[in-house]
Design a protein around this ligand. Structure first.
Ligand code: NAP
Length: 295
């Protein structure tokens, strides 16, 4: 679509922003449904964040995604913050409505939507989570508010970080059935095996370290389990392949990535993202990148 005097702008603020898939996802969606919008990235240093927000208003940019290192600190500079973004403590989407900036966390929507069809299976069963960083916060919020797990076991390298997260969510959401474990095998093998849902929220296995794994064996996986990797590049991680080899149902981080983007898209444009088509093009792009890297 040609850029003209009517083109509306959305984008991403972060530092760095060069590896983001969001421009591809959103620009593909704009092309497919013929919306006169463009999505571009803005590399914003922390000391320029406030000016960047003023710039969004001054230039009439419709909204932005927010990534590292601004997701948390940006909250104090917004006019409105959605309840889930406030509880999680991170905003990944800002909407500019006539100079009023509102912040949302669409990761929660992305994770919740991607698991919706498993709700019955997950409710009142144990859940195991690797990691206690930013994405774990969105995952835990989603699980507690939508899926009512019987217990949530968190394994993290830095256990005091996980304990802090548990204290926080127990206090704000009143959920008490947490357990924190050190990230050690075979100590956590039994907990993984007995969990109906296993979620990797660490970057282990992400490109270019695609042979790294958060687990040491596939003996912990079995039929009836749902294994979710938030890593989306590659779409099918070694971790997921291992789980699948034992009959577990697997979910790629691509699902959450596209669904969280679809929510931002809707907040900015009022239109639905053509999710299936965008996903098809994104997977093609990742495949052709892999072919290039392999040759
Ligand atoms: P983060 O805030 O930096 O947290 C990373 C977590 O992983 C921490 O708990 C960290 O443990 C742990 N970790 C990192 N490297 C590790 C290693 N080598 N061994 C053991 N633990 C390790 O990152 P994040 O924002 O949560 O993102 C994590 C991953 O999720 C990334 O790959 C990101 O791309 C992906 N993600 C995907 C989506 C999606 O839509 N699919 C959305 C958000 C994030 P310590 O606390 O001990 O350092």
């Amino acid at each position: 679509m040609i850029i003209d005097a009517e083109t509306k702008l959305v984008g991403l603020i972060g530092h760095p922003v060069s590896h983001s898939f969001s421009p591809f996802i959103h620009n593909t969606a704009f092309e497919i449904i013929g919306l006169n919008y463009k999505y571009i990235t803005f590399d914003v240093l922390p000391e320029h964040l406030k000016d960047a927000l003023k710039g969004i208003i001054a230039l009439g940019i419709k909204g932005v995604n927010v990534t590292i290192p601004h997701k948390e600190i940006v909250i104090e500079n917004l006019d409105n913050v959605s309840p889930e973004a406030r509880i999680i403590g991170a905003v990944n989407t800002i909407v500019n409505e006539n100079g009023i900036l509102s912040g949302y966390n669409t990761d929660v929507y992305g994770f919740t939507e991607s698991l919706k069809k498993y709700k019955e299976i997950i409710s009142n069963t144990p859940v195991f989570i690797f990691g206690a960083g930013g994405s774990a916060r969105a995952v835990i919020y989603s699980l507690i508010t939508n899926f009512q797990p019987e217990r949530i076991v968190i394994a993290n390298r830095n256990t005091s970080r996980a304990e802090g997260l548990v204290r926080y969510f127990s206090q704000v959401l009143g959920y008490k059935d947490f357990e924190v474990k050190e990230f050690f095998f075979p100590e956590i093998a039994g907990d993984i095996k007995s969990s109906r849902l296993v979620v990797n929220t660490t970057p282990i296995g992400m490109h270019p370290n695609i042979n790294d794994l958060p687990v040491k064996t596939n003996e912990i996986f079995h039929e009836g389990q749902i294994v979710y990797d938030l890593v989306y590049n590659p779409p099918m991680t070694k971790f997921l392949k291992l789980a699948q080899s034992k009959g577990a149902e697997v979910i790629s981080g691509i699902e959450m990535l596209i669904l969280q983007a679809s929510k931002s898209f809707e907040l900015w444009t009022g239109k639905e993202m053509p999710i299936a088509e965008v996903k098809k093009f994104l997977l093609q792009k990742l495949k052709s990148r892999k072919r290039k890297n392999d040759t």
